[in-house]
Ligand binder design. Structure first.
Ligand SMILES: NC(=O)c1ccc[n+]([C@@H]2O[C@H](COP(=O)([O-])OP(=O)(O)OC[C@H]3O[C@@H](n4cnc5c(N)ncnc54)[C@H](O)[C@@H]3O)[C@@H](O)[C@H]2O)c1
Length: 431
């Protein structure tokens, strides 16, 4: 395939060399004439293991060329990757100036050439920036650009290996033609390919990097907690990482409602208290509880915004298969709603007031003392509710939701604006 790559930095140079090595004809474009010259001399513009030999081979085979002239590169290509820098502004916002300028240049060149092109944003950008790229192409090259996203997951230092053996390939496309073109490009790689809408695809990159950063910060903060307790942090984290059922797994990573129960909040508080006692700042672990609190607050605000007063809450315990109410975020939400005067009926088949005992009973008596008056014993009794708030999907709930005239807030789901306004949906899963 004939490919052009705009931006010959870490991502662009590696992608150019690797795609040429895979047998494609690659034109690299950069505004920096020095980088262009270096590549055309068969050398690497950056320090990256194995890159120079691939660039040199690409030049010798006649499969890799670099140019400062975008029109020259686009003349032959069917696919154009954009891999220019998207640095931070002082306020954290993406500085998209390079990217938007590159899009203008690509659009103008395509319009001049009268050529159609699949243009793929390889740079890391948020969906709002991608939308602006789309607007630029609509105005500079109307009808000529099929704009896609294909975020890059390589790490400097192991960039070639990461390019050739990525954890996965994420294609953000709007149609079958671009999907087929991009799939064929990666047909020799064994990594799974996921096809999403472009805006969703771009967010996978941010989820990944934010999570990687979170992991490092967590490991370091937790190591400080261990050290303060004279505990071997490496031994602890080594064993921790061996739990691939809960710790290093999909578990707890699917969006849902707030966590609660008798363990997580209590144990997080215990670590924070220990840190405080030895003047150890633990900003990340401290933020866990306030982040969780925000989930409950957003659900409360959704209910408020609905304007409905007669509410049916489905689920009360901290997760669906228990009657444990201690620190349940649904109890917290119910308490807040009751405090603001909402009329609340609650269905939770696991919660039978007469059967509650011990700390569980004491807890709920202190938070919602008149719980028995609010509990209903069947979903039918929620039929008069104007708004159903779904915490747990007990048997029969989905059927109720299909037939109900009430508005619905599903605490376990994060719908986009595509959701119908009437059946508006929010948030939950317990842990
Ligand atoms: N560096 C990484 O490890 C890495 C990994 C994954 C994703 N990314 C993302 O990829 C993008 C590129 O990162 P990078 O580290 O390769 O950047 P970089 O700064 O190394 O390279 C960007 C290149 O783009 C060129 N450029 C700027 N405007 C241009 C234009 N109008 N036309 C042609 N060339 C132009 C610059 O001269 C420069 O050579 C960023 O969005 C980054 O966040 C980087």
């Amino acid at each position: 395939m004939n490919i052009s790559i705009v931006g010959l930095g870490y991502v662009g140079a590696v992608s150019s060399a690797c795609l040429a090595d895979m047998g494609h004809r690659v034109w690299g474009v950069d505004i920096n004439a020095e980088k262009v010259r270096i590549i055309n001399e068969g050398r690497s513009p950056i320090v990256e293991s194995g890159l120079e030999s691939k660039i040199s081979k690409g030049r010798q085979d006649g499969r890799l060329s670099a140019t400062v002239d975008i029109g020259e590169a686009l003349q032959e290509s069917a696919l154009c990757f954009v891999a220019v820098a998207t640095p931070s502004r002082p306020n954290g916002q993406i500085d998209a100036a390079h990217l938007l300028r590159a899009c203008h240049q690509i659009g103008a060149a395509l319009a001049k050439l009268g050529r159609k092109q699949v243009v793929v944003i390889r740079s890391s950008v948020l969906p709002s920036v991608f939308d602006r790229c789309g607007e630029i192409f609509e105005s500079t090259a109307p009808g000529l650009v099929d704009l896609c996203a294909n975020p890059e997951f390589l790490r400097e230092g192991t960039a070639i290996r990461d390019f050739e053996q990525p954890p996965f390939t994420v294609l953000g496309v709007n149609g079958a033609a671009a999907e087929a073109t991009l799939r064929s490009l990666y047909s020799e790689q064994s990594a799974p390919i996921f096809v999403l809408k472009p805006r969703d695809a771009l967010m996978v990159k941010y989820a990944s990097n934010a999570f990687h950063a979170l992991k490092v910060a967590f490991a370091n903060e937790f190591a400080a907690v261990c050290q303060q307790a004279d505990v071997d942090a490496e031994a602890v984290m080594n064993v921790f990482c061996n739990d691939t059922k809960l710790n290093i797994s999909r578990r707890y990573l699917m969006p849902g409602f707030a966590f609660g129960g008798s363990c997580l909040p209590k144990d997080v508080r215990a670590i924070l208290h220990a840190g405080k006692q030895s003047d150890l700042q633990l900003p990340l672990i401290a933020a866990i509880l306030s982040s969780n609190e925000e989930v409950i607050e957003r659900a409360f605000q959704k209910v408020r915004a609905s304007g409905k007063k007669r509410l049916g809450l489905i689920g009360l315990s901290f997760k669906s298969n228990t009657d444990d109410l201690r620190e349940s975020p649904l109890v917290e939400l119910a308490e807040r709603l009751l405090g603001k005067g909402y009329e609340l009926s609650i269905y939770d088949p696991n919660v039978i007031v007469a059967r509650l005992t011990g700390a569980n009973k004491e807890y709920i008596n202190s938070v919602i003392p008149h719980l028995s008056r609010l509990l209903v014993s069947s979903l039918d009794e929620l039929r008069s509710a104007e708004l159903l708030i779904v915490g747990h999907h007990f048997p029969g709930v989905d059927a109720l939701l299909e037939n109900t005239q009430a508005s619905v807030i599903d605490l376990g789901r994060y719908e986009t604006g595509k959701a119908s306004e009437e059946k508006e949906l929010v948030v939950g899963h317990g842990v």
